[in-house]
Design a protein around this ligand. Structure first.
Ligand SMILES: Cc1cc2nc3c(=O)[nH]c(=O)nc-3n(C[C@H](O)[C@H](O)[C@H](O)COP(=O)(O)OP(=O)(O)OC[C@H]3O[C@@H](n4cnc5c(N)ncnc54)[C@H](O)[C@@H]3O)c2cc1C
Length: 497
């Protein structure tokens, strides 16, 4: 039997700096394999827009591998069934892949693959692609280990591969997954070539305005890297991004690289505790919110009656991307003002994000909902955010054209128009606010505070910090305060109502 290694591509759709591919090709012929798992794509967190993006990444990788002599083999189905089929054709010497910290389903699937590889005596080698580590790594040592990983050289593979005659499949048609029609006309195009273009453009032009524009939804569209979907799919490695960013000498590059660090910091939390995808960090916050389909839909469609918030949501619906601050504001509104479960609003957001990354996403959803107990709670006020980051209301008018006739000074609060006839005619096609912002913010704050007074609350919180808290000096001070001062530090809110 022909002896081969399998390089199992997951969310590492690139040839450059691919440690799994490099090691798989060292001593045997390589079968580069991508397995399309229907079960994964049928989860509620996944969407048509993400699949379109992923498909473009796969096609791009297939071309790159083809140029190296062996095109990507695409198969649809269950991972174990496909490995069994390959085992009947070749003698598999090893399976090589990157270590994935994905969702609960991929975690369970990897456990199955681990068992199968042991039972069949086929070694499965997993390589680290982010600064995320398995096993018993102590939180205190994490930053050091992270740094060491990213000091490694970038791997370039120049080898020519031998084409292996193993039958692949075509990519399925668009209706294969029964996705809801979701065109996302403004989304970025997938694939490594696009990732490199975006990185070069960002480092040569936009990084200089990164810090200045990071909070504005309109300006950040240009000044943020918007590399997140490419990082999620692994079209480009973090090591590559860090290396190229080093050549740019501006204070903004430091700010940018600290975000790349956060990327791994958040994923590490899910690696340490996979249930965080569904379960609150702090048990006292379980089931405190109330399901409300009307609120959920109104929020998801950008029809809450708060102009800036609605503009942000509609922009996200169109582009599949929005900046960090606005993501936080959208989530905060759903969790504090609409008081709906973060698991439900989080799923809606996950579907919309081309860059959906479970480790970052679910941690951020919890942080912006006040369920971690180790972060300062922040209730964003969409009116204030609008005035700060869209003072002239241009962004609002672009995405909420129903308000195009309203003057600049009233665009953030159209209900302040004191002439009832003008108000009615200028907001005729726009919904009235679905909740009272001040009241709901106060209620949320009060409730979270009451929960913090419960017996054992802070002891549990301390244990959560020991497991997950950031060890950076500034945060350490902040978190220490939260833990030691049980009165109100957690309830220091960004209200400004
Ligand atoms: C509720 C909520 C959900 C989120 N869900 C996701 C998600 O599913 N996938 C995702 O990649 N990011 C998520 N983020 C984090 C952040 O908003 C995005 O990473 C960022 O907006 C991506 O844009 P960018 O590539 O231009 O980032 P840049 O500002 O250019 O930063 C570069 C990279 O650093 C990382 N990064 C930046 N900000 C953060 C952050 N706050 N936390 C962790 N990593 C960060 C990302 O990998 C990003 O691509 C979420 C934030 C919130 C508040």
């Amino acid at each position: 039997m022909h002896e081969i290694n399998i390089c199992w591509f997951k969310k590492d759709l690139r040839v450059v700096d691919n440690e799994a591919l490099y090691n798989a090709s060292k001593d045997y012929d390589v079968l580069p394999l991508y397995i399309l798992e229907k079960e994964k794509w049928q989860q509620l967190s996944h969407s048509y827009r993400q699949w379109q993006f992923c498909k473009e990444c796969i096609i791009d990788l297939r071309e790159d591998l083809y140029l190296m002599g062996q095109p990507l083999i695409i198969r649809i189905g269950d991972v174990i069934d496909i490995f069994e089929e390959i085992k009947n054709t070749y003698k598999i010497k090893g399976i090589y892949s990157h270590q994935e910290t994905g969702d609960f389903l991929s975690y369970k699937r990897d456990q199955k693959v681990r068992r199968w590889s042991r039972e069949n005596n086929i070694p499965w080698e997993e390589y680290i692609q982010f600064g995320v580590f398995r096993g018993t790594l102590k939180r205190d040592k994490w930053a050091k280990t992270y740094k060491k990983h990213f000091e490694k050289e970038i791997i370039n593979i120049t080898k020519v591969f031998k084409a292996l005659p193993f039958k692949g499949e075509n990519l399925p048609s668009d209706n294969f997954f029964d996705f809801k029609n979701d065109k996302c006309h403004g989304r970025c195009i997938g694939g490594r070539k696009e990732a490199i273009k975006r990185l070069n453009y960002f480092l040569n032009n936009e990084i200089y305005s990164y810090g200045k524009n990071i909070s504005s939804p309109a300006k950040s569209y240009f000044s943020c890297s918007r590399l997140s979907p490419y990082i999620t799919m692994g079209c480009i490695s973090l090591k590559e991004i860090l290396k190229h960013t080093k050549s740019v000498k501006t204070k903004d590059s430091k700010m940018f690289t600290s975000r790349l660090f956060w990327h791994c910091h958040f994923i590490q939390k899910l690696e340490t505790q996979p249930e965080l995808e569904f379960k609150e960090y702090h048990p006292y916050f379980e089931n405190i919110r109330i399901k409300n389909d009307y609120f959920l839909e109104a929020w998801s469609e950008g029809k809450t009656g708060y102009p800036f918030l609605d503009a942000c949501m509609r922009s996200l619906n169109h582009n599949g991307w929005i900046n960090f601050r606005m993501r936080a504001m959208l989530m905060s509104f759903a969790s504090y003002n609409l008081w709906i479960p973060w698991q439900e609003s989080g799923l809606k957001l996950a579907q919309k994000f081309i860059d959906y990354e479970p480790g970052i996403h679910w941690n951020q959803c919890q942080m912006q909902s006040g369920t971690t107990s180790i972060n300062t709670n922040r209730i964003y006020n969409p009116i204030k955010q609008g005035k700060d980051h869209d003072p002239k209301g241009t962004f609002i008018k672009k995405w909420v054209p129903e308000l195009k006739d309203i003057s600049q000074d009233l665009i953030h609060e159209p209900w302040l128009i004191n002439n009832i006839d003008i108000y009615n005619s200028q907001t005729m096609n726009y919904i009235k606010p679905i909740i009272d912002l001040k009241l709901t913010s106060r209620n949320a704050r009060k409730l979270l505070f009451q929960i913090s007074l419960k017996k054992e609350y802070w002891n549990i919180s301390k244990r959560i910090y020991e497991k997950h808290g950031s060890r950076k000096p500034t945060n350490k001070r902040k978190t220490k305060k939260i833990i030691n001062n049980s009165t109100n530090k957690q309830f220091e809110l960004d209200l400004n109502l």
